[in-house]
Ligand binder design. Structure first.
Ligand SMILES: [Cu+2]
Length: 224
């Protein structure tokens, strides 16, 4: 009898243990999706926090021979485009769109400085750039520099630049490059990008929207 009850207790204990295990596993499975969700939220946050900053210090030279640094236009908005004067498509399109956008922008553009920075300093001397920019809005300032200076600024703005190597030896080569317009705020901080192929109306509307949003944020910040 004693032996029987011992066996019974052992059996009951085993059953209880088994039930606990099943319940435990079931609970883990139920809570798993929640764990995953919060896990990805953390990852999302980390990505946002870890986004490398766009922009940074640079020293270049303008078409009129002036030294221009990232500090030169503090207090003004910067609209920056990277390209090169022998570009067959992206650059003339983007610079035409920017020219139209400047016309349509509306509020006074004296606080907005458009810059055209070459990714091809070997061919794009000051004179070449000055000549090329005559076809576009006169407010667009051309900037060039040494290869090292250009490499530095394109890296900071994460511009993709690749010379077409098969024709690299001659002076007739193409340069693949990303074609975004970068908007920097009056403190020199990155705001946003838009594709250079967007038409002038779209770019003007985008500028108004981004600047208005930034000003709203400034207002709430100063009220605090
Ligand atoms: Cu181009």
């Amino acid at each position: 009898m004693k032996l029987l009850s011992k066996k019974l207790i052992l059996a009951l204990a085993l059953i209880a243990f088994g039930v606990l295990m099943i319940v435990g596993v079931a609970l883990m499975m139920l809570s798993a999706p929640r764990t995953l969700t919060s896990g990805s939220a953390i990852v999302g946050k980390a990505i946002r926090i870890g986004t490398p900053t766009i922009g940074g210090p640079f020293t270049l030279v303008s078409t009129n021979g002036e030294d221009i640094t990232d500090q030169s236009f503090r207090g003004k908005w910067l609209l920056i485009f990277f390209g090169y004067t022998s570009c067959p498509d992206l650059c003339p399109t983007a610079l035409t769109n920017v020219s139209v956008a400047l016309e349509k922008f509306g509020p006074d553009t004296s606080r907005l400085q458009p810059l055209f920075i070459t990714v091809d300093p070997q061919r794009d001397t000051r004179d070449v750039m000055a000549n090329y920019l005559k076809s576009f809005d006169a407010r667009i300032l051309g900037l060039t520099g040494t290869q090292a200076q250009i490499d530095g600024v394109t890296k900071e703005y994460r511009v993709y630049v690749a010379l077409d190597k098969s024709e690299r030896d001659g002076d007739d080569y193409l340069v693949s490059h990303s074609a975004y317009l970068y908007l920097m705020d009056p403190r020199g901080k990155f705001v946003n990008v838009i594709e250079g192929k967007e038409d002038g109306d779209a770019i003007a509307a985008w500028l108004r929207k981004e600047i208005a949003a930034w000003l709203r944020k400034e207002m709430t910040r100063s009220k605090r």
